[in-house]
Ligand binder design. Sequence first.
Ligand code: FAD
Length: 411
Amino acid sequence: MADHIVILGAGTGGTLTANRLAKRLPHAAIDVVDQDDRHVYQPGLLFVPFGLADPDDLVRPRGEQLRPGIGYHQSGIDRVDLEANVVHLTDGTTLGYDLLVVATGARLVPEETEGLLGPGWMEDVFTFYDLEGATALRSRLAAFTAGRLVVNVIDLPIKCPVAPLEWCFLADWFLQEQGVRDDVQITYVTPLDGAFTKPTASATLGGMLEERGIDLITEFNTGEVDGAGGRLVSYDEREVPFDLAVVVPVHSGAEYVGRSPGLGDALDFVAADPHTLQSAVAPNVFAIGDAANLPASKAGSVTHFEGEVLVENIVRFLAGEPLDASFDGHANCFIETGFHKAMLIDFNYDTEPVGGHFPGPVGAPLLKESRLNHLGKLMFQWFYWHVLLPGRDIPGLGSDMPTAGKQHPPT
Ligand SMILES: Cc1cc2nc3c(=O)[nH]c(=O)nc-3n(C[C@H](O)[C@H](O)[C@H](O)COP(=O)(O)OP(=O)(O)OC[C@H]3O[C@@H](n4cnc5c(N)ncnc54)[C@H](O)[C@@H]3O)c2cc1C
């Protein structure tokens, strides 16, 4: 009988895994489950509040991104029975599997922060991390001509850890374009001890905030968002006043993970081997993308690179062969910096972002603003729908982080 592969989640990771598998294992039965039919190009959410992207252009039907022959089930997931190898869907149906891929991403849980969903939510307190929030913020920002604009990452991990910094840089650009920058104070508030996690990139990005007159408040663990009073309050009782707050809410894994004994950790993410992506809970369960608890960034690029190794390992697992332990934590992120420029960072588990060029000695500049990187960021949307999701290979660019163009030691 054909192997039955069930993939939970039809976002970035679930879609590209299904499409790659359909090519590698044409006789396998592949079923994909998602709760809705709106595949959002999430990197585009960054641009929506500034009127640089139209919300409707970011959304496509999920089933249409899957190759013919892949089964698509639109339903919530109730739980996974790991003993019986069965997934229970909220529509009452069940799917048995030989191999399961967890690709249900990360979930925003604003309700975890006191006051965040209270008075002021979607009036003076917004997030751009979902389509509804990014769209609502657009009109509020257009009318914001003076006052204190605060951008706050409440806790880590979050998807695309550079996105809130990009939002600050774009806000600086946007407010200058509107002619009101001198009347707006922008403050970036983070639980980290610097602008970013990795030392060299943190120093570069911190310097860029300073150059742009954006204040940086570090080691701020937000305990309460007081929308009515216009204050962020930290657990150690510091306060940051705001007229408009743009927050990145706490993230967790999908709720069904918590209802599936053994599958997830305390935050409902799935522990997996950082190099093979096989889950810690059962050999026939793998995890990809934001749903996985790995020491890698939660980013579409990481998910893409993971996909190549994951599919190889699914093929090997089903053939009874040893797994390929080659995933190196590769992440590659364009950082939009405003004024039609962007930076690029490329790193993995062992190498922090450094200067140089990508993917080789001649290429896009690393850790440096350029127009070429900005064009790369804009082109990525086309690349996402037409290359990444269909599971096409990029000639000369595999999942391993390239080292040829990188400067050592870091500059
Ligand atoms: C504002 C923003 C900007 C970003 N910018 C970038 C960027 O520039 N570069 C980059 O590389 N990455 C970026 N990312 C991150 C990137 O979008 C994610 O890391 C990537 O989409 C992760 O893919 P995934 O498959 O793990 O999760 P997702 O693509 O989120 O897919 C998860 C899927 O699981 C489904 N699901 C969840 N729970 C259930 C359930 N209970 N039942 C059924 N279905 C369920 C969801 O509906 C969803 O379709 C950005 C993200 C945001 C929010």
